[in-house]
Design a protein around this ligand. Sequence first.
Ligand code: HEM
Length: 512
Amino acid sequence: MPSDEIARPPHDPRSGGPAAQGPARHDPLTRLPAQPGTRGSADRPPPRRTPSASGRPERPPRPPRLPDAPGALPVVGHAVVFLRDPLSWLRQCAGSGSGEGLHRLRLWGRPSYLVTDPELVHRVLVTDAPDFDKGGQFYRNAREIFGETLVTAAADKHAHQRRRIQPVFRRARIAAAVPSMRLEAERTAQAWLPGRAVDILQATTHYAHRTAVRTLLPVLSTDEVDRLAAASARLIEDLYLRTMLPPAAGRLLRGRFDTSLRTLREACVAAVPKARAFASDERSGLLAALLETSPHGDGPAEDSEVRDHFVALLMAGTETTVSALAWQLHHLSRDLPLQQRLRDELHEATGGRAVTLDDLGRMPLLRRTTAETLRCRPPLWMLLRTSVREVRLGGYRFPAGTDFYFSPHQIQHAASGPDGFADPGRFDPERWAERGPSARDRGFLAFGAGPRKCLGDHFALTSLAVATSTLLDRWTLTPAADAPPRARLRTMQMPAGRSGLRLRVDRRHLAR
Ligand code: HEM
């Protein structure tokens, strides 16, 4: 299933965007590239340049006085709207029409802006990526806790880390991981009782953490997989508070957090000798790819390096999957004909045997459904970059150390502009052409873009496809409550109702 388009390295300098609004979005390769300087204000000369005719070095610019984003309160600024109802606030910002896609934020006393124009976001993430780095309290704290892993690494260490991890996600390793995904999806399906309301967040949490542990280290027994999956879920639960609070306050919460972290690290180091013994066999798991000599000449990783990547990949790859799978099951529960069409597609592709990675490549409806889930509900709804030097954006100059926030959710719900979506609030898998979104779709940011684009996107799409098709093959899903779930927004966008997200499950042949 995973689209080669989505996973293609996103450094392509071409500027063709996604197809304009219409019933289906076609391969953007067929669109003409935009001419430099034809769009937006990004290429306009900056309006407030400090003259340097005297030959003296230019003074760093002061942050420009752009219009404030709506919703600022005295003293606390925009902090409250972030916590209260950020999705409506984002809609308001994007619709306010002021600031040409840049809105000043009042947050934590730092120069901060919200970027709502996809063209400017593309510059931050892709075209001008070396001028920006992952910043903010979250990453400062995460580096203190986990060290410099691929996810947390500052720009200077990042390229090496990324090259090191790349082999983990080679197609052959992902193909060999499919049986582990299937096994965990079947365990999830078997735990359900007919006619009952299932707690979907609990089910997807079990699936995502167990699958991540098992595919990274298949040498572990099922008991060990379950023990580590529980530790990983606990670690994530505590991670939000530990990374969002100032370090001194975060350290007060250390006890349970450190126990979970130690459990994961020790179990990984204990499993490494076994994984090392047959590392060249794809079935030895994703992490074992680090134990081979890489084509770039990097030698096999040390135990401590494997251990740190294990934890980092669990942190990056589990809650994102929990969120995406839960939203996908919610959307499917409201569309019985779509469930049936997906089952038909599965049976046509597999002829009734266990699904493989090659089969998923022949299931375009499932691919479009997942793309639409990720468009409607991107798990990472807000991202942040900090300028590492003076930068120009939207015709303005900003000093080093300015924070730029942007929201995949807001960008993916734009109704107008070349990157917009017709009727963006509607869940409609048919809006995508067969292959789903491409890396050059500037209006699709669920996996980010540029040199820090999600490295696990292929793996994630495969895991979502295996879980969805396995669950639908056994169960029919319908909503257990009339009201659709709300979105609970922390680091991740999660479905939450009065009692979480509950769906009624019926055996497929007995479905209502
Ligand atoms: C539906 C599931 C997923 C979504 C929506 C998602 C989304 C993202 C996004 C938006 C980023 C970029 C963050 C930024 O630019 O600040 C990212 C980075 C990353 N993701 Fe994912 N992710 C998913 C699943 C996974 C999985 C399953 C793994 C691994 C097992 C993974 C590994 C990573 C890593 C390692 C990075 C950091 C890449 C770098 O900095 O070079 N992700 N992800």
